[in-house]
Design a protein around this ligand. Structure first.
Ligand code: PMP
Length: 292
């Protein structure tokens, strides 16, 4: 038996959840999505993820055929149908089935599906020892060409950069803006610690307003750090006391090497360790209950 999938209004077996070859999500990457986590029977920051999904949809003139409350039920019901307590949830809305032209007016019904699966955790060793990063030669898309704050199905910019990481044998890579500022990583946001200052690039440089990024900023402020959104360059990463990444899948993960340069002591530092523990504590008790 496969997974139970929410697909266009019904919970169906994985084998029945099939997208048409004429779906513009497939033909053109015309659609939006979210990656969400559930911990201990609670979906973490569900409303924030839904808000970002609806904002992304609005950004591409896509009207989601469900209200946000209905979409919340979709996520909860999909987790329930698979008896999950902890999960990685993928919520996708595409433009729907059209013809071979670009014109979205030919697509009358958006395709909506939700997958909830057991989370494949990053190996614990990555958190203990930290990640090695490279800087990718693929630049982040310019904000005046496409706003990367829209979490669209078109991820080729990130995938090109990810391939560079794979070829270099590292798990993640830094993507720069067209004028050389640090933007983010291929699927994670980035933070640098300088003394008591915790700095992350502002979203206008060309990065996703990550939900985990926001949580890390909240936890950093709570820990007494001066949290700032500020433009910075690679040299500021190389010379940071600590560097870490944030993302729904990765959570908060330390970085110990960038482009062959050792970061700080070369081991995960005390601040990232503290933030990671505070994050784990938060997710274990906060969130929308699945079973109630
Ligand atoms: N940047 C990019 C490009 C991403 O794809 C993601 C993952 N969705 C993030 C940052 C992190 O965002 P979040 O914390 O909301 O998962």
């Amino acid at each position: 038996m496969g997974l139970k999938i929410y697909f266009n209004g019904r919970i169906v077996d994985e084998s029945e959840a099939k997208v048409s070859v004429f779906d513009h999500g497939l033909l053109y990457g015309d659609g939006v999505f979210e990656g969400i986590r559930a911990y201990n029977g609670r979906v973490f920051r569900l409303r924030e993820h839904l808000q970002r999904l609806y904002n992304s949809a609005k950004g591409i003139w896509l009207k989601i055929p469900l209200s946000m409350d209905e979409m919340e039920r979709v996520v909860i019901e999909t987790c329930r149908a698979n008896n999950l307590q902890s999960a990685y949830i993928r919520l996708v809305v595409t433009r729907g089935i059209g013809d071979l032209g670009l014109d979205p007016r030919k697509c009358s019904n958006p395709t909506v599906f939700c997958i909830a699966d057991n989370i494949e955790l990053y190996p614990e060793e990555l958190y203990e020892n930290g990640l090695r990063l490279i800087t990718c030669s693929t630049r982040r898309i310019r904000g005046d060409a496409f706003d990367v704050g829209i979490k669209s199905l078109n991820y080729l910019n990130n995938i090109m950069a990810k391939i560079e990481c794979v070829q270099a044998g590292v798990a993640e890579g830094i993507m720069l803006s067209e004028d050389g500022y640090v933007a983010e990583c291929t699927g994670d946001n980035i933070f640098c610690l300088h003394g008591k200052q915790l700095v992350t690039p502002p979203v206008y440089v060309g990065n996703l307003a990550g939900i985990t990024r926001r949580v890390a900023m909240e936890l950093g402020a709570k820990a007494g750090l001066e949290v700032k959104e500020q433009l910075f360059r690679l040299i500021d990463v190389y010379c940071a006391d600590e560097v870490f990444l944030t993302g729904t899948a990765a959570e908060i993960v330390p970085v110990v090497e960038v482009d062959g340069r050792c970061i700080g002591t070369g081991k995960p530092g005390p601040v990232v360790k503290h933030l990671r523990e505070a994050f784990r504590e938060l997710v274990s008790c906060e969130g929308t209950p699945i079973y109630e």
